[in-house]
Design a protein around this ligand. Structure first.
Ligand SMILES: Nc1ncnc2c1ncn2[C@@H]1O[C@H](COP(=O)(O)OP(=O)(O)OP(=O)(O)O)[C@@H](O)[C@H]1O
Ligand SMILES: Cc1ncsc1CCO
Ligand SMILES: [Mg+2]
Length: 275
């Protein structure tokens, strides 16, 4: 279903925001380029000695827990503190949180700092809500994606949102659930192939941080970043015309990050609605 709400495109991003990313080394380069492709400037650093100078310029922050270490956790917390002092928006991506106790502890510590956006796939977000999760490693499980599981997740996220009224929650999957204060939105763009190569969730986190960094409001940043990425995936499949060519779809999805926004009415294809 097309949205009843009319979206204004956030592109071009002016001024171009500097986005500080602490992320995983699996998809670090893809994340940096994705920020560039949509018009932001990425900087990837975990050396806390950088931070006080760097944050004079930073517009948005991405914290992705995909590759953890004690040093990295310290850097993540310091980055969030620096951002908070300057009112800079922060995205936390809970990669792999369903798979280890330490990730869950770190995720809860980061959540307690009230980031602007907290995201993960549906299995990861179930873990954050203390619901049973079947996530394996960094991937979501199908049994966490059915209708009753999604309803349960919606309730869980609404409860989290009551405790964290300044945080917008995003659970990604075949449909994407967005919960902000008492508002609930279900987004319905995308193609199955987006779950078949790694780093798609990482890129979505980076796109949200970039839109936030350019001054777009919280809910619009989440709705538009997810939908923009998923429409890039849809366009990629249209071009590649073979859903088994995963690597080609990956490359074309990334191409579309810089191309799709040239169509000034791209946002008219956003599907979903408020629940
Ligand atoms: N089956 C699907 N159909 C349509 N879109 C999908 C599907 N699965 C994922 N997506 C889209 O792909 C993007 C990434 O979602 P996903 O839930 O796979 O993230 P993730 O598991 O955190 O990714 P990763 O850990 O690989 O970075 C989202 O924009 C989501 O809407
Ligand atoms: C595969 C993988 N392992 C840790 S991070 C990552 C990339 C997906 O987020
Ligand atoms: Mg996935």
């Amino acid at each position: 279903m097309l949205f009843t709400h009319k979206f204004q495109t956030p592109f071009p991003l002016l001024p171009s925001p500097l986005v500080h990313c602490i992320t995983n080394s699996v998809t670090c380069e893809t994340v940096a380029n994705s920020v560039l492709y949509i018009g932001g400037k990425p900087i990837m650093t975990e050396d806390t000695r950088d931070f006080s100078d760097l944050y004079e310029q930073v517009g948005g922050v991405l914290i992705n827990i995909g590759h953890l270490s004690e040093e990295k956790e310290t850097a993540m917390i310091l980055a969030i503190e620096e951002a908070k002092i300057r009112n800079v928006p922060i995205v936390v991506d809970n990669v792999g949180v369903s798979s280890s106790r330490i990730r869950k502890e770190v995720a809860n510590r980061l959540l307690s700092l009230d980031p602007t956006v907290v995201k993960g796939n549906v299995s990861e977000m179930r873990t954050l809500c203390n619901l049973a999760s079947h996530g394996k490693g960094v991937d979501a499980a199908e049994e966490d994606q059915n209708l009753s599981a999604m309803k349960e997740l919606e309730e869980g996220l609404l409860a989290l949102a009551r405790k964290h009224p300044n945080t917008c929650f995003l659970a990604t999957g075949p449909s994407d659930l967005v919960v902000y204060q008492s508002q609930v939105v279900l987004l319905q763009n995308g193609i199955e192939a987006l779950d078949q190569f790694t780093g798609t969730g990482d890129v979505v986190g980076a796109l949200i941080a970039t839109l936030l960094g350019s001054g777009v409001d919280v809910l619009q940043s989440v709705l538009q970043a997810v939908s923009y990425f998923n429409l890039c995936g849809e366009k990629a499949l249209e071009i590649v015309q073979n859903e088994a060519k995963i690597a080609s779809i990956r490359e074309e999805t990334l191409n579309q990050l810089s191309l799709l926004k040239q169509n000034e009415s791209w946002q008219n294809d956003i599907r979903g609605d408020w629940l």
